[in-house]
Design a protein around this ligand. Structure first.
Ligand code: URA
Length: 279
């Protein structure tokens, strides 16, 4: 992205310009793009054992005799993911693991949100991304379109991503919940629990270098804490052995425009954490 365009985005967000002393943003962006390309090459030759790449999400519910998922309509990789680990003799590619996981999500009936959803909202973006953003749950637009962060908040999230020199397509975006809670109410503990393994599997397949928890609800649930956002932001946390940084939710920023400067601080902090991982 051109520097002039980036500056326009920042101006649109009402944010002061910040440039790291030791490296220009342009250099950082091209380094990120090159990183993506080399990661992709590395992944292409990479075969993973299904046993490790695809943990049987529903094994526990199966053992309990609780058949909440329709196994008959699953593809082979998805069906194998549900089988006991000892039966995983086959070797699958990441691609097959993704397909199996996406199918399991689309058929999931583990909580009552399946009754009211239009469709599941799996996740979108670069499956080898260095940056993974995790929001709370799909809203109305996301439920209709089947993609996370596509409404007004999504547009501002895109601006936030661009503000750190990345494109939406370069990162991976997912939500804690894959189904919309009615009237956008807060997710309930049981719903978060039911979806947890799907998110863990996504993180395992992507293996991002850094995770951004987008908003208070995502941050508190992912970090299993009741601390307020003000306490959680500005610190490096960890999820699945991956550094995690908490950022303001764009929907909150749309309601409180004066808080945009704080969002920029969050992004600056996330960028500095990312930089520290590289060195
Ligand atoms: N808010 C979220 O947390 N996720 C979305 O996908 C949309 C809005």
């Amino acid at each position: 992205m051109k520097e002039s365009v980036r500056l326009q985005y920042l101006a649109a967000m009402g944010i002061d310009v910040w440039v790291p002393r030791h490296q220009s943003v342009r250099e950082q962006v091209s380094a990120e793009v090159v990183g993506c390309a080399s990661q992709t090459e590395a992944y292409q030759g990479d075969m993973v054992e299904f046993q490790t790449a695809v943990t049987p999400i529903l094994a526990s519910t199966e053992v309990a005799g609780d058949h909440k998922h329709d196994l008959t309509s699953l593809t082979a990789p998805a069906r194998d993911a549900l089988a006991p680990v000892t039966q995983h003799a086959k070797v699958y590619t990441d691609d097959q693991a993704w397909k199996g996981l996406q199918q399991q999500v689309s058929l999931c009936r583990a909580c009552s949100l399946c009754e009211t959803r239009t469709q599941t909202v799996f996740g979108v973006g670069n499956k080898h991304a260095s940056w993974m953003l995790i929001g709370e749950a799909p809203g109305r637009d996301e439920d209709l379109q089947g993609e996370p962060f596509v409404g007004r908040a999504g547009q501002l999230l895109n601006e936030m991503i661009r503000a750190i020199g990345l494109q939406r397509e370069q990162v991976y975006i997912a939500n804690m919940l894959k189904c919309r809670p009615p009237n956008n109410r807060d997710p309930q503990a049981g719903e978060v629990e039911a979806c947890h393994e799907f998110l863990t599997r996504q993180i395992g397949l992507i293996q991002p270098k850094i995770i951004l928890a987008v908003g208070r609800i995502a941050a508190q649930n992912l970090l299993n804490t009741t601390q307020p956002l003000a306490k959680l932001r500005g610190h490096q946390h960890s999820l699945e052995n991956t550094p995690l940084v908490v950022v303001h939710h764009p929907a909150y920023l749309l309601r409180s425009l004066s808080e945009k400067a704080k969002a920029w601080e969050d992004l600056q902090f996330a960028w500095s954490v990312y930089q520290s991982l590289e060195s």
